[in-house]
Write a protein that binds this ligand. Structure first.
Ligand SMILES: *Cc1c(COP(=O)(O)O)cnc(C)c1O
Length: 229
């Protein structure tokens, strides 16, 4: 979808999503912040400019080329850029100047490359394939314990937390189970000292399941289609 949505339609969708975020936070008495990352991979620069007018400050992109094209136009806008898609190691150098956080670090090789290419500290999340699906990128829970030990020794990167995707299903109990597993894993890794910041970031939840993810501790929700419908 590449048409410019009307400002009013976007305003309405965002306001509804923000209400749902608030509802989920209050349901579980959360006092910490939940950041709405608007996933703009399907929309054009002009639509992103409308989002800016509506107060959106965090955007998510999953393709290097498309992010570069958008960044050329939007580099001076007050936006925080989140890389949420699988990143090929050889593209690392290209994305670091654009993105404030890389959600999709799924190998030691990529973490090392980010470490090598970073001039300032790059914030990363480790992607976990918590539901162990072949089609998904990410570390398996079992591997992560060892791998994070190695990643945490690299210079110029800061492990801020974990990212995950629930299976593609309408069964919210299933999604909840995997979000909960991811939070517990994140807390365990933080308590062991691998996540060197007070706030454990958990990037989980998309249009269909972000409310459940927030109830289970998501601090960053990546929402696309619910904004642009
Ligand atoms: C596209 C995408 C999203 C947003 O999905 P919607 O269902 O459109 O909200 C979130 N996370 C990742 C990694 C994506 O690729």
């Amino acid at each position: 979808m590449n048409d410019i949505l009307t400002l009013e339609r976007l305003r309405c969708n965002i306001s509804r999503i923000q209400d749902q975020i608030e509802e989920a936070r209050s349901k579980v008495n959360r006092s910490d912040e939940v950041t709405l990352v608007a996933v703009t991979k399907t929309v054009c620069v002009n639509t992103i400019k409308l989002l800016l007018e509506l107060g959106i400050r965090n955007i998510g992109e999953n393709r290097v080329q498309s992010a570069q094209d958008k960044y050329r136009v939007l580099s001076t806008a007050k936006l925080t850029w989140h890389m949420i898609g699988h990143l090929q190691t050889n593209k690392t150098k290209l994305v670091l100047p654009i993105f404030d956080m890389i959600h999709s670090v799924d190998s030691i090789k990529l973490a090392k490359k980010i470490s090598e290419c970073s001039i300032n500290t790059t914030k990363i999340l480790l992607q976990v394939n918590i539901s162990k699906e072949d089609s998904k990128h990410g570390f398996y829970e079992k591997q992560l314990q060892d791998k994070i030990l190695e990643i945490s020794t690299l210079d110029n990167i800061k492990i801020c937390g974990l990212m995950t995707m629930a299976p593609f299903t309408d069964d919210m109990d299933t999604c909840r189970k995997y979000f909960r597993k991811t939070r517990i894993l994140g807390e365990k890794l933080r308590d062991k000292g691998y996540i060197k910041q007070e706030k454990l970031e958990l990037s989980m939840g998309m249009s269909r399941d972000f409310n459940v993810a927030i109830e289970e501790g998501a601090t960053l929700v990546r929402v696309g289609s619910a904004i642009f419908k």
